[in-house]
Write a protein that binds this ligand. Structure first.
Ligand code: RTP
Ligand code: MG
Length: 156
C-alpha cells in the first residue's frame, strides 16, 4: 500500500520516523448491500473528501473472512460473524485520504454497537443491531496494511 514516512517525532535523545497511512480498507457488509445503502454510505465518505482507490462487489469466502477477523477467532460471536460476512456480496473498497485515513473512517463509522453509536455516524444513523452494523473499517495502521493485503494483494 502507499505508505511513506513524512512525519517526524523529535524527542530529546532520538528522532523516530512514523508511518503515514493514507489508505484503509472498508467493507460495506452484506446487510448494506441487501438494504440498498451502498450509495448513501459511499456518498458520506466522498463528501468527506475521501477518495475511492478501488472497489469490488464480492462474496467473501470463509477462508478470507477467517483471516480478516483472525483477532476474534475463539470468541463466542466468531462463527456467527463469519456466517454473516459471507452470506452474500459485500462491497470491498480501499479508501484514500489524508494521514491516518483509517482513523477518519472509524470516526465516521461510529461505535461497534449501533445502539450506542452517535447520531451523525454511519452506524448511529443507519443501523440498530450489533450483528448487522453495515460497515467495516480498519482499526489501526497495521490493520489497514494487513487487510488491504488480504483482499487486494496487488495494492499491498
Ligand atoms: P468491524 O471489525 O466489523 O469493523 O467492527 P468493529 O471493529 O467495530 O468491532 P470488532 O470488535 O472488530 O468486532 C467485529 C464484529 O463482530 C461483531 N461483534 N459482536 N456480540 C459481541 O460481543 C460482538 N462483538 C463484536 C460486530 O458485528 C462487530 O462489527
Ligand atoms: Mg474490527
Amino acid at each position: 500500500m502507499a505508505r511513506c514516512c513524512t512525519s517526524l517525532l523529535v524527542t530529546s535523545y532520538k528522532t523516530v520516523r512514523l508511518p503515514v497511512v493514507k489508505r484503509t480498507l472498508v467493507i460495506l457488509k452484506p446487510d448494506a448491500i441487501e438494504r440498498g445503502l451502498v450509495g448513501e454510505i459511499l456518498a458520506r465518505l466522498e463528501r468527506k473528501q475521501l477518495r475511492l482507490v478501488t472497489a469490488e462487489l464480492r462474496t467473501i469466502d470463509v477462508a478470507s473472512a477467517t483471516r480478516h477477523y483472525a483477532e476474534h477467532e475463539g470468541k463466542p460471536f466468531f462463527d456467527s460473524l463469519v456466517t454473516f460476512i459471507t452470506r452474500g456480496p459485500s462491497l470491498i473498497a480501499v479508501i484514500e485520504g489524508p494521514d491516518d485515513t483509517w482513523k477518519v473512517v472509524r470516526t465516521m463509522i461510529g461505535a461497534t454497537n449501533p445502539a450506542d453509536a452517535a447520531p451523525g455516524t454511519i452506524r448511529g444513523d443507519l443501523a440498530i443491531a450489533m450483528s448487522e452494523n453495515l460497515i467495516h473499517g480498519s482499526d489501526s495502521p497495521d490493520a489497514a496494511q494487513r487487510e488491504i493485503a488480504i483482499f487486494f494483494p496487488d495494492l499491498a
